[in-house]
Design a protein around this ligand. Structure first.
Ligand code: NOJ
Length: 555
């Protein structure tokens, strides 16, 4: 079967080493801890792990401030541990992608220190400088309210340096060919250690021209990275973080060979949250249509939550306000005037709503990206600063520190109070409870994997005539899957009119509630409040006919 492009149809799971599992009892998660939990992830059904940055770092931005691109921060283990980890992942057939954080370094990186110390140093031109304070020094901040400027004066360098993010993250000068060559070396290094690709941090900013006024983005730099990646490792992929409007996404994917292999679909994500907040699915349908056309060899990464705030900046104000009101009504829940620093389960509250959202995640056209802890419905800790609220340690059991660590003090406090405390929300308890969210997730992932149509196929919106019900049909190699989601708080009755071979029979993939068409060929289907249904068209055996028979086998 031709399914070489693994990223077209994979279950991706994202985690931070420091909060996943502590193997040595020092309060910080690490590689040996993660190795111990690989069987858990494997049995959950995870195909790909995306690891947040773990290289040496002063850790002022959760590791997105690197001081050595070729190392492993001592807190997480050694390079030897990384190789061991890769071997364990490989044995289980899991793929690994790493964060590639090359828009900026830490201000403690030896390159930047040297550049500040010595204007004649070769590293001076690795960063962006200005003798005078540029006019746009306080424009275009990524963290408004927390960040004061994008140009800050460095006393030692006696000049202003550019930083799109916090002032301790000086931007690299991509126009310098030595910087680009170094980035290729970094990629080459980790590829050689066996990783399957990179989640590229802050793509639009990497491509930003170094000179003011900043005009067109330098997409040729992205093409350069992609070409290097593919020449070095044919199977590897770039998953880009670029929160851009649909009209711009085409450029990031390029022709499928000279841009990103995958991109997070921020557009659909924000409209999905609007649909969850309001019950109105029309803008979500439009968002799906707007992001439909992508090159064959590329794919969307669909997600609900990640390690940052839920960013809803791209919604029109009225819709954004609705999402704020429903999911982040208190000022302490909101961040940077554009997002909500909460976890999925605590935002949605209701188990039915949570299942609906997760069923959507698996039923959207792309590869789903899960966030650690969301499979058990973890909450947030709003007493922590900024985005740290959603970065509390994984809750494994009802033991001390939720089984995450035996240390007295942990990297972030484990949630230990209220309905999301580790005493009630943890893997151990849910593993034994057949009705738990965890077991529901395992089932959903299995069903998703039985539907390759979703990753590979064409999709169409089906007309139900009922507002707030999203109905989609995926087709691939003569097989079809139908997914229905009711965003309304009330039960709904929908009528599907389908045509084609096998359409008279819809076999339910999640329960035994199959649907048989009436004499007119209509399916009348009842959806509960926030209900969802997954059907295979024609019967389960249809899935077996995925590849056309070879000529000599056809009789
Ligand atoms: C995007 C990452 O997702 C975020 O966590 C980080 O702070 C910035 N890039 C800067 O690297």
């Amino acid at each position: 079967m031709i399914e070489d492009l693994w990223y077209k149809n994979s279950i991706i799971y994202s985690l931070d080493l420091d909060t996943f599992m502590d193997g040595n009892g020092d309060g910080v998660g690490d590689l040996p801890g993660l190795i111990n939990r690989l069987d858990y992830l494997h049995s959950l059904g995870v195909d790909v792990l995306w690891l947040a940055p773990f290289q040496p770092s002063p850790n002022r931005d959760n590791g997105y401030d690197i001081t050595d691109y070729y190392g492993v921060d001592r807190r997480y283990g050694s390079s030897g541990d990384f190789v061991e980890f890769m071997n364990h992942a490989r044995k289980r057939g899991m793929r690994i992608i790493l964060d590639l954080v090359v828009n900026h370094t830490s201000d403690q990186h030896p390159w930047f220190k040297q550049a500040c110390r010595d204007p004649q140093s070769e590293y001076r031109d690795w960063y962006l400088w200005s003798k005078k304070r540029p006019s746009g020094w306080n424009k275009g901040m990524v963290f408004p309210g927390v960040q004061k400027a994008v140009w800050t004066r460095h006393p030692k360098a006696k000049a202003y340096y550019h930083h799109r993010f916090y002032e301790f993250q000086p931007d690299l000068n991509m126009d310098n060919p030595h910087v680009r060559a170094e980035i290729r070396r970094i990629m080459g290094y980790w590829l050689q250690l066996g990783v399957d690709g990179f989640r590229v941090d802050a793509v639009p900013f990497i491509l930003e021209p170094s000179q003011e006024p900043k005009g067109e983005l330098n997409f040729e730099y992205l093409a350069e990275m992609r070409q290097f990646l593919q020449w070095r490792a044919g199977h590897a992929a770039l998953l880009g973080e670029a929160n851009v409007a649909p009209k711009d996404t085409r450029r990031y994917f390029g022709d499928g060979r000279d841009g990103l292999n995958m991109m997070f679909n921020f557009w659909v994500n924000q409209h999905l949250f609007y649909a969850l907040a309001s019950g109105d699915t029309k803008p979500l349908e439009d968002a799906l249509e707007a992001t439909r056309q992508i090159p064959d060899a590329t794919q969307w990464a669909m997600f609900l939550r990640n390690h940052d705030e839920l960013d809803i900046d791209r919604l029109p104000k009225q819709r954004r306000d609705k999402v704020f009101k429903r999911f982040g009504p208190e000022p302490g829940m909101q961040l940077y005037h554009r997002g909500i620093r909460r976890r999925l389960a605590s935002m949605l509250g209701d188990r039915r709503h949570l299942e609906l959202a997760n069923s959507m995640l698996f039923g959207l056209p792309g590869s789903p990206v899960m966030r650690y802890g969301d499979e058990i419905g973890m909450g947030e800790d709003l007493s922590l600063k900024e985005r740290d609220a959603v970065r509390t340690p994984m809750q494994w059991s009802s033991e001390r520190n939720g089984g995450f660590s035996t240390a007295r003090k942990t990297v972030h406090p484990v949630i230990s109070e209220g309905p999301y405390g580790y005493q009630s929300i943890n893997v151990d308890a849910q593993r034994r409870d057949p009705g738990s969210l965890l077991n529901w997730m395992i089932k959903m992932i299995r069903v998703r994997k039985e539907c390759p149509e979703i990753g590979w196929g064409e999709w169409a919106l089906l007309h139900t005539g009922v507002p707030g019900v999203l109905a989609m049909c995926y087709s691939w190699r003569g097989n079809q899957v139908v997914v229905l989601h009711n965003f309304n708080r009330q039960p709904q009755q929908v009528r599907l009119v389908m045509e084609g071979e096998g359409c008279e029979r819809l076999v339910s993939l999640l329960d035994t509630d199959d649907s048989k068409a009436n004499r007119k060929g209509h399916h009348d289907i009842a959806l509960t409040a926030f209900g969802y249904k997954w059907f295979r068209v024609g019967g389960l055996n249809y899935a077996l006919r995925r590849e056309p028979a070879a000529p000599d086998e056809s009789h």
